[in-house]
Design a protein around this ligand. Structure first.
Ligand code: GDP
Ligand code: MG
Length: 437
């Protein structure tokens, strides 16, 4: 692991009073080895350490700063620079704007198409259309439809057409008539770079002339990722890279080498299987992460986005008035789910990530509960006391559960409501007051 290695090599420096040719050389040898181990291309690693060395030696040693800290800063800034320095957004100027996905099979194109559509829809108020151009595997179109249904975005597909150029152009026509301002084209990948696939995507690109051609790559494939990126870039001259599967244990190596070898910006990272597990790529934060500081900034931002303080206050009031209902209950569950896989979040905390890697947290835990609440009428959700036996039976049928499940949920809900009122309401403070007195 790159972070551990760097940390260890910096420790050697920490005891020293100043940066000298000798101790820098020792540390950088370790840094270079660590980079190579993390799949950073040899030439890239060499150039990197040479630059760091020059900077470190040219620096006056400030008495207030330990040489180790100074080295961390130099390496951090240099890493960020190497990954592009600034984050680069999407250029969506066309009407509709067209985004073309490319990459090998299993790299995460379909998942990322959904994540991006969801992000554009919820954060930029766009109205995206997903297009199914992976026409070879029957399950591929179905997979895109499932993803699209989760995020409430339409899909354009043609079941019996294998001509992807025709499908894509028909989709663009449809987007124009239906008012979709972004068209995201999901394509077929192969297990390895292959002439037929390259021809198809190249023809597709030339025909639809996308605003953004994105190359999607599995960050766990290490040095192979770099070679694949080069081959796709030679043929497609893509606009940006999407690094997927960057959850948990980081492979900073791929980010560094790809950026240097193809000189195209990394625009997004995928950090999990959920639709919300997408982040804009920030070189400086990635450098933090590689250095083992943990991506605290991303973590805080993501948590804040999902947790709206106003909403919390509103709920508090409802609870106090005993008006907390099934809509609020459902809202809370959805809020928790939106935070992404709990593991993804926790993995960003330094020191914790590795420890929880193998713990199983069940993502489907809420499914049954949601189904039951969704099968209630709006009136039942706001007035749970009207839920008599016949209503409960209807809900059980509608949600594909049984009456015991429904009864259990309602009982749990009642208890929760009572408890919430006790904890937040005046009763609690009276109790506390009585205890103190
Ligand atoms: P495609 O063949 O390029 O369309 O790849 P898919 O989108 O079907 O993804 C292949 C597999 O990788 C699926 O099981 C996805 O759930 C999974 N996957 C995609 N992106 C991520 C990610 O960022 N993190 C993790 N852990 N899994 C991912
Ligand atoms: Mg796919």
């Amino acid at each position: 692991n790159l972070s551990d290695r760097l940390e260890r090599s910096f420790k050697i420096l920490k005891g020293e009073g100043k940066i000298t040719e000798i101790n820098v050389a020792e540390t950088l040898k370790d840094v270079r080895r660590a980079l190579l181990d993390a799949d950073v291309n040899y030439k890239v690693a060499k150039t990197f350490t040479d630059t760091v060395k020059k900077k470190a030696l040219g620096m006056n040693v400030l008495t207030a700063v330990k040489p180790g800290q100074m080295m961390v800063k130099i390496v951090h800034d240099e890493l960020a620079d190497l990954m592009g320095g600034e984050s680069v957004g999407l250029k969506l100027e066309g009407r509709p704007a067209i985004i073309l996905m490319s990459g090998l099979q299993g790299s995460g194109k379909t998942t990322f198409s959904g994540k991006l559509a969801n992000m554009l829809k919820t954060k930029q108020h766009k109205n995206p259309l997903l297009v199914a151009c992976d026409v070879y595997r029957p399950a591929a179109i179905e997979q895109l439809k499932v993803v699209a249904a989760q995020i409430g975005v339409p899909v354009y597909s043609e079941d019996n057409n294998k001509d992807v150029v025709e499908i894509a152009n028909n989709a663009i026509k449809e987007a124009k008539t239906k008012g979709n301002d972004v068209v995201i084209i999901d394509t077929a990948g192969r297990l390895a770079v292959d002439e037929e696939m390259m021809n198809e995507i190249e023809t597709l690109k030339n025909s639809v002339n996308p605003d953004e051609t994105l190359f999607v790559v599995d960050s766990m494939t290490g040095q192979d990722a770099v070679n694949t990126a080069k081959e796709f870039n030679d043929r497609l001259d893509f606009d940006g890279v999407v690094l997927t599967k960057l959850d948990g244990d980081t492979r900073g190596g791929a980010a560094i080498s790809i950026r240097t070898v193809v000189t195209k910006p990394i625009k997004f990272v995928g950090t999990g299987e959920k639709m919300e597990a997408i982040d804009v790529f920030h070189p400086s934060r990635m450098a933090d992460r590689i250095l083992g500081m943990g991506d605290i900034v991303s973590l805080v931002e993501r948590a804040q986005e999902q947790f709206d303080e106003e909403e919390a206050k509103r709920l508090q009031k409802k609870i106090q008035k005993n008006k907390f209902d099934f809509n609020d209950f459902l809202g809370q569950i959805q809020q928790i789910k939106k935070m992404g896989n709990i593991k993804d979040l926790a993995s960003m905390i330094p020191g914790v990530g590795k420890a929880i890697k193998d713990i199983d947290i069940d993502d489907n835990a809420f499914k049954g509960i949601e189904a039951i609440i969704l099968s209630m009428t709006p009136k039942e959700r706001t007035n749970p006391e009207i839920l008599n036996t016949s209503r409960r039976q209807r809900i059980a049928k509608g949600s594909g559960t049984n009456i015991q499940d429904v009864n259990r949920l309602i009982k749990q809900f009642d208890q929760t409501r009572k408890m919430m009122k006790m904890v937040t309401g005046s009763k609690m403070s009276q109790m506390m007051g009585a205890m103190k007195g």
